[in-house]
Design a protein around this ligand. Structure first.
Ligand code: ADP
Ligand code: MG
Ligand code: ZN
Length: 674
């Protein structure tokens, strides 16, 4: 399964009736460049921009899938200001985002307005009047006279609205209808359009209001923009919006299709690294502080955490350093959110410490020099989006993720609702990327997105299968990791957990690791209620597995995670507890609800294997003889050598030395550090 193999081939000759929007010989072509230079000061178009603008001016239904920072705004803003009359309506999910855009447009002298929850009735009324422009004056009687008395500004070229406005405001909708009848609706732009699909990672119910656009305003073209969306989400999105679900590429666009644009997802200025996350919270934040102070002193950055509590802890510790930071999470008051954002934009604050979902969607801050993931992201696509907020200006920026096995079960509980509907697979894919010490990060992304990304050349366009030569894996010194045969350990662990599973043990991943390592006398809590409250169970590791697992804690946890990801173990969730409300808050604090039990296949195998029960001491040969887990290899970092240093940069890159965990005491087997 490689990026290249899954790539659909490009059509050889354009089909009949196809238009090539990538050309620069349209009647408006010279005007485009001049306007872009004059108004925006950009010298050249970014990939896909010009073609998408051509298609837009030709009136096509459009979908632009460009990476964060790829320049999606220009694609609709430029045609909007070139339109002779009328207004482009931009539907945008966040006030902060609109604010940003309108502010930037006005600064360029473009007439743009926004309507959101904090716009007053009076302002809305005046704006709606303006949007109708001269058409309103054509009205009869008093109204017309009234308008004539006003010195009215010309209609704005762009109006940003929230999806709620379309859903709830009758006056707004009736204004749109009047505009439609007078040919004043240039285009609807749906920013962050993947939010409309329930299959995406950012689904917003308010976006459902957009379903009606095509029915109400059939001749107004729609432009959807998004950063990363798998083909399934794009298809769902188009269907929901009643756009042609058949798509054609910009270089051979067919009639009655949605014209699809995408540019390379690979961003060469982002330097990816995954670092082992220290087990002690304070040690990790210290590692982050050291990293920022050494490599990004005074730079603007974002730290993403899993929970609000994590954010608060990180900020508390950061306040003891020179790094000026502020928290940002969903529960903050709106005012506070705007204040943090503003201070960050003006560099009064260096670092925003945010929960993954709450901060960053579409925020246009070009000079974010680093994005640090305090914990795993929920999926590769989340990781790509979040880390992609770095380096929008094209300058070199760092994307650092701290990975630790135990975080997997924390995320499992956070994503409980979607766990069995795709959430698990997405999370495991993320885990696999983190565990990979060899494959170029760019190629890992490419494999994931090429398989799902609808466009042919998302990554491949820039040598998709070539390693990037600057991520941690490309630069990793082979002597800093080794391949460890964990078959024997895994076998024992599975037998122990299988025995515990039969007693309905409830174990978190760290507890499971303790159990298989023979700590705590083999005891554990069980799901069943004993006479004295919580049930207790125990296994004798010698009896069931011929001994304990002799790996150090971190490696053992990593092994269990690997077994989980590979399907040898399953996570199950406690039944009753999840029925309580408020669900989300409960989930984020109760990670211990995750239970590990041996996967059915392995239990079944152990049960049918007559030989298995006879082993008292299990040797690697026995494991092999059983035909189980033969050659289960796991790459582990070797302590001492380049430990936690991330990568050695090439001479051309700035030297950067992220610090990781402080050295831990190790016994002989614990030579290995994750
Ligand atoms: P997106 O919405 O795709 O995330 P934006 O439209 O916000 O990206 O653009 C990101 C940044 O790129 C902005 O700072 C913008 O000014 C800049 N940009 C857009 N197009 C160009 C271009 N053709 N040349 C140079 N910079 C550009
Ligand atoms: Mg944008
Ligand atoms: Zn690489």
């Amino acid at each position: 399964k490689t990026a290249i193999a899954s790539q659909p081939t490009k059509p050889k000759a354009p089909a009949k009736g196809a238009v090539d929007y990538t050309k620069s010989n349209f009647p408006w072509s010279s005007q485009l460049k001049t306007t872009m230079k004059q108004v925006w000061g950009h010298q050249t178009f970014r990939p896909s921009q010009e073609a998408a603008i051509n298609a837009s001016l030709a009136g096509a239904e459009l979908c632009a899938i460009l990476p964060t920072g790829g320049g999606k705004s220009l694609i609709y803003q430029l045609p909007a200001i070139l339109a002779e009359k009328g207004t482009t309506i931009v539907i945008s999910p966040l006030i902060s985002l609109m604010d940003d855009q309108v502010y930037n447009l006005k600064a360029k002298g473009i007439s743009a307005e926004q309507i959101n929850a904090s716009t007053t009735q009076e302002e809305v009324r005046a704006l709606l009047k303006r949007m109708l422009g001269n058409e309103a004056k054509k009205g009869k009687g008093k109204a017309a006279k009234h308008f004539d008395e006003d010195e009215q500004d010309p209609p704005p070229k762009l109006v940003y609205v929230t999806p709620e406005r379309l859903d709830k405001s009758k006056t707004f909708m009736s204004t749109l209808t009047k505009m439609y009848d007078s040919g004043l609706l240039v285009r609807f732009v749906i920013d962050e359009a993947h939010c409309i699909s329930t299959m995406g990672h950012d689904y917003r119910t308010s976006y459902q209001a957009l379903r009606r656009l095509k029915a109400l305003f059939p001749s107004v073209p729609i432009l959807c923009t998004t950063a990363t969306a798998p083909a399934s989400v794009i298809a769902d999105m188009l269907k929901t919006l009643a756009l042609p679900t058949k798509t054609s590429p910009g270089e051979a666009a067919l009639p009655n299709t949605t014209v699809l644009f995408s540019s390379p997802l690979y961003r060469p200025n982002l330097i990816y690294q995954v670092l082992p996350k220290p087990s002690a919270a304070a040690a990790q934040v210290q590692a982050i502080i050291d990293y920022i102070e050494e490599t990004h002193k005074g730079d603007t950055g974002i730290i993403y955490c899993l929970t609000r509590a994590d954010c608060e802890n990180v900020v508390r510790q950061l306040s003891t350093s020179s790094v000026r930071a502020a928290v940002y999470h969903a529960q903050l008051e709106n005012d506070e959110k705007l204040r943090v954002q503003d201070q960050w934009r003006r560099k009064k604050i260096h670092v925003v410490v945010a929960t993954n979902a709450s901060f960053g969607l579409g925020i246009d801050k070009p000079d974010v020099r680093f994005v640090i993931h305090h914990s795993l992201a929920k999926s590769l696509s989340n990781f790509y989006q979040e880390s992609g907020r770095a380096g929008r200006d094209g300058l070199q920026s760092d994307c650092v993720l701290f990975s630790r096995a135990a975080d997997v079960s924390r995320i499992s509980t956070l994503i409980y609702e979607s766990y069995h509907s795709g959430g698990k697979e997405k999370l495991f894919e993320m885990v696999k990327m983190c565990e990979d010490l060899r494959t170029c990060r760019k190629i890992l992304f490419a494999r994931s997105f090429e398989a799902t990304h609808s466009s042919s050349s998302a990554f491949a366009a820039e040598g998709g299968d070539e390693p990037c030569q600057h991520c941690d894996n490309c630069l990793r010194d082979p002597s800093t990791y080794e391949s460890l045969d964990i078959s024997h350990h895994a076998y024992r662990a599975l037998r122990i957990l299988s025995a515990a599973g039969k007693q309905s043990a409830t174990l978190t991943l760290p507890q499971a690791a303790d159990l298989v390592r023979g700590l705590g006398k083999g005891g554990f809590s069980t799901q069943t209620q004993g006479s004295k409250g919580k049930g207790k169970g125990s296994v004798d590791v010698n009896e069931v597995a011929g001994g304990k697992v002799t790996l150090d804690k971190d490696t053992c946890e990593a092994m269990l995670m690997r077994l989980l990801v590979d399907g040898y173990l399953v996570e199950t969730f406690h039944g009753s507890e999840f029925s309580l409300t408020p669900l989300r808050r409960l989930l984020s604090s109760l990670t211990s609800l995750v239970r590990f039990a041996a996967a059915y296949s392995v239990i079944a195998y152990l049960q049918v294997s007559s030989r298995a029960s006879r082993f008292t001491r299990i040797s690697p040969e026995d494991v092999e003889a059983e035909g189980l887990l033969v050659e289960l290899l796991m790459d582990v970092r070797v302590s001492g050598k380049g430990k936690g240093k991330g990568t050695k940069r090439k001479a051309t890159a700035e030297p950067k030395k992220p610090k990781a965990a402080p050295a831990k005491k190790k016994t002989k087997v614990q030579e290995i550090e994750l």
